[in-house]
Design a protein around this ligand. Structure first.
Ligand SMILES: Cc1cc2nc3c(=O)[nH]c(=O)nc-3n(C[C@H](O)[C@H](O)[C@H](O)COP(=O)(O)OP(=O)(O)OC[C@H]3O[C@@H](n4cnc5c(N)ncnc54)[C@H](O)[C@@H]3O)c2cc1C
Length: 400
């Protein structure tokens, strides 16, 4: 089937990379590009770092440096898709406009989760969009006491950025250490140390019972009964994929848009990419959804290749995930899919020096590499992970 019109829903990283890849591959048809935000595509990683610290304005984070005109797309920005009719091949926008397509790229990303019963009080925020970041940044100008709920990557980065602005910050994590869920307790403890050294108060091992106040937030109460006074609370407890608009469309949803190993959904000529997409990883033998920047780029390229050339010609999508996180002067990078239960070996530097590379093994295979202030080395390990070498061979490689 010739794809005369391709619709791309999602006006951010995966959406932009999909549109760029289409044009780069010589697709000369019509592109209908739909995005809920009115901003042109921008980069999210700086939101919790340079933007929150007040160092960068919105103009520094534009993703398409030459603007969108060279992409020759019909822009529907500031317009949320509310329904997909997969059989009739139409996307309905808020306001009723219908967009017809032959092929579709779903790139709607994810939205922050809220705490159960999270109150709608002034001073309580989540962080996903530029508008969120600018609102938080404005609230920080008043010099508030800040509580950050959730010690994952985003929460830990937000805590660091607020502290770097000289604010009183408490980081609250239900597990024993920040970053523990992603990287295990020992690296979590290392990061807790980094945060404490910079003056962040860390409260671990107790979940949030309630966020309280009259009209503005005044305090966070923990399940153990203790109370943390706060004027600003930023909740960073993870995201849920943006799939509500796909309900009853025929596209299978299960904590994300379910794709095959070519980014293809169960409906022909409909692909998905980025934070919203779930796919079977042959490399890791599990169905995964990855919420990292590099992944969104790589998957958008793979999804477009499938759309244009078909799954028999396009290569299967089998990535080695990669993520980075900056907190104070600590530059963390993680490749692969390490689990807290994996065997871990420090192969360069040491935890004490806060400069190291650690590799992890699972079922005899190299499963991941974690680097602190060793970004270049991590790229080399990502290549070893692509090769799928054994843990033993990885240890020998490190020694050699
Ligand atoms: C604060 C922050 C910091 C981060 N830092 C890092 C980092 O340091 N390193 C790293 O690897 N990753 C980082 N990430 C993750 C990375 O930014 C994401 O993985 C990436 O943005 C995913 O791209 P995406 O296009 O799939 O989704 P998104 O960037 O979420 O884009 C999806 C777009 O679709 C739009 N949309 C949603 N629903 C609809 C709809 N119904 N109709 C139309 N449009 C819709 C959304 O408004 C959004 O603009 C960070 C994320 C955040 C929020």
């Amino acid at each position: 089937m010739t794809l005369g019109t391709i619709a791309v829903v999602g006006g951010s990283l995966a959406g932009l990379r999909a549109v760029e890849t289409l044009r780069r591959a010589g697709f000369d048809g019509r592109i209908e590009w739909i995005g809920a935000e009115s901003h042109e595509p921008y980069d999210r990683p700086p939101l919790s770092k340079q933007v929150l610290r007040g160092e960068w304005g919105p103009e520094r984070i534009a993703l398409a440096r030459d603007g969108l005109a060279p992409l020759r797309a019909e822009l529907h920005f500031g317009a949320r898709a509310v329904r997909l009719d997969a059989r009739e091949r139409r996307v309905e926008l808020e306001g009723g406009e219908q967009i017809a397509f032959d092929g579709l790229v779903i790139a709607t990303g994810a939205a922050p989760r809220k705490l159960p019963g999270q109150p709608d009080l002034a001073g309580v925020f989540t962080l996903r969009t530029l508008d969120d970041a600018l609102a938080i940044r404005a609230a920080l100008d008043a010099g508030p006491r800040v509580a950050v709920v959730g010690g994952g990557f985003i929460g830990a980065e937000v805590a660091a950025s607020c502290r770097e602005r000289g604010l009183e910050v408490t980081l609250i994590e239900a597990l024993g250490q920040p970053l523990e869920q992603a990287l295990g307790a020992s690296i979590g403890a290392l990061f807790a140390g980094i945060h404490r050294d910079h003056g962040v108060a860390i409260r671990t091992g107790s979940a949030v019972a309630s966020i309280e106040g009259e009209r503005r937030v005044e305090r966070v109460r923990l399940a153990d009964g203790s109370v943390i006074p706060a004027d600003v609370v930023i909740v960073g407890i993870g995201v849920r994929p943006e799939t509500a608009w796909l309900a009853d469309s025929g596209v299978e949803i299960s904590d994300g848009v379910v794709c095959d190993d070519h980014c293809l959904t169960c409906v022909p000529n409909i692909v998905a990419a980025g934070d919203v997409a779930r796919f079977p990883s042959a490399r890791y033998g599990e169905s995964i959804r990855v919420e990292h920047w590099t992944h969104a780029v790589e998957q958008a390229e793979a999804a477009v290749a499938t759309l244009l050339h078909g799954r028999d010609v396009a290569a299967p999508f089998d990535p080695v995930p990669y993520v980075w996180s900056d907190q104070f002067d600590a530059k963390l990078a993680v490749a692969g899919r390490p689990r807290a239960s994996d065997e871990m070996r420090v192969v360069e530097g040491s935890f004490e020096d806060r400069k190291f590379v650690a590799i992890t093994g699972r079922d005899g295979k190299l499963s991941g590499a974690i680097g602190l202030n060793r970004m270049r080395k991590l790229m080399e390990w990502r290549q070893s992970l692509r090769e799928g070498i054994s843990f033993e061979a990885a240890i020998a490689r490190a020694a050699g």
